[in-house]
Design a protein around this ligand. Structure first.
Ligand code: PLP
Length: 388
């Protein structure tokens, strides 16, 4: 059967993830050191795993409330209040989701009418543009540059705002650049959002992973912004809980209610064991997060230093666990560089254009892998660069 006219146009228009395509090439190759997939190399801290195991032993195998366990929502409210300085009501302003991924999808589907424009800064996480398109929106990327530390500037944002603009998506620290946004930049952006009546989805998934004691501001905490923000956060990165698939959205009650309708019919609720584990993470996980962060910090410094020593220009990422070296001087496209690096040295890094056109000329190297592997990957990369 010819399926080309059977698949929805919306879905057909979406390309497969550039990261996954690249990493299919790596599958089954024992010799490859992967700086690819953005996932902590740490197993989830034992006490968190134990909480999930114990919940199974106790027979906690049922659905939970659609919004998520009330105990967890209360803990989220208190954590978000302390960490981001924004107060949300556990009863109707917090929804527990299947990862931040689901929360992004829910928010976009809840907010967009067909043809509405969603602005986001690029290079960005691979799911943003496809999620917008699948929610019948129009994706409007704004390129950020290395000279601005890949932060979004209000001036660049204002240029793309039209009467159809409805949502702005922000992600600081940013995947793939590790960029953090200075408070002043966010204040200018917030003023534009108020002026043009935009709703902001702020993806805070890397917020715990900010280095050098740099302060972090969530745009949701700025005056007048809580009412127009959906704060998205989760457990995958800082708590090393990717496989638990747990995230949450905090927003004004009418937005959470709209998101809840979609969640209720499509997902029903996030898995009980993951919610129990997340409860333990919020109650007792701070020490483990601090230890993992310390380790990422050392790896970041090492990787950036080695890249500089081999003559590769690379801005110092303020957060997350990625470095985004500039490989333009080698006169190759990102894909060609990444393919040659893989073929000639068995080191896998993601071509920057997987994160949007403005990522062309860069490479994403994830340092959420062991120091031993990072040292070896840098040695191999150095030898490769000498041949160019
Ligand atoms: N947002 C960003 C910026 C990410 O980098 C990722 C995962 O890499 C996600 C969301 C998805 O997170 P989750 O595992 O919570 O679905």
């Amino acid at each position: 059967m010819d399926y080309s006219d059977k698949i929805s146009a919306q879905v057909a228009a979406v390309p497969r993830s550039g990261i996954r395509d690249f990493f299919e090439l790596v599958q089954g190759r024992e010799d490859v050191i992967s700086l690819g997939v953005g996932e902590p190399d740490f197993a989830t801290p034992w006490h968190i795993r134990e909480a999930a195991i114990y919940s199974l032993e106790k027979g906690q195998t049922s659905y939970t409330s659609n919004l998520g366990l009330l105990k967890l929502r209360k803990l989220i409210a208190s954590y978000v209040g302390d960490f981001f300085d924004v107060a949300y009501q556990p009863a109707d302003e917090i929804l527990v989701s299947v990862g931040v991924s689901e929360a992004i999808d829910l928010a976009l589907r809840a907010l967009l009418n067909p043809g509405d424009e969603v602005i986001y800064h690029e290079p960005c996480y691979v799911s943003y543009s496809p999620s917008i398109v699948m929610a019948h929106g129009v994706a409007v990327p704004v390129a950020t540059s290395k000279s601005d530390g890949f932060s979004l500037k209000a001036e660049a944002l204002e240029k793309v705002i039209t009467s159809r603009s409805r949502v702005l998506m922000l992600n600081f620290p940013t995947n793939p650049t590790g960029a953090i946004a200075p408070r002043e930049d966010l204040e200018e952006i917030a003023a534009l959002c108020i002026k043009h009546d935009l709703i902001v989805l702020t993806d805070e998934i890397y917020s715990e992973l900010i280095y050098d004691d740099a302060p972090h501001t969530s745009i949701a905490s700025l005056p007048g912004m809580k009412e127009r923000c959906v704060l998205l956060h989760g457990f995958s990165k800082a708590f090393a809980m990717t496989g638990f698939r747990l995230g949450y959205a905090c927003a004004p009650a009418p937005i959470i209610d709209a998101m809840m309708k979609i969640h209720q019919y499509s997902m029903l609720c996030a898995p009980m064991q993951s919610q129990v584990a997340a409860t333990e993470a919020l109650e007792n996980g701070a020490k483990a997060v601090a230890e993992m962060k310390k380790s990422y910090h050392q790896r970041r410094d090492y990787m950036v230093r080695r890249l500089h020593e081999m003559g590769i220009d690379c801005h110092l990422p303020g957060g997350a666990f990625y470095v985004f070296p500039d490989i333009r001087k080698f006169g190759m496209k990102s894909k060609e560089f990444a393919m040659r690096l893989l073929e000639e040295t068995s080191v896998a890094a993601v071509p920057g254009d997987a994160f949007g056109d403005s990522g062309e000329g860069f490479l994403r190297c994830c340092y959420a892998t062991s120091m031993e592997k990072i040292v070896e990957a840098m040695n191999r990369m150095e030898a490769f660069v000498k041949t160019l």
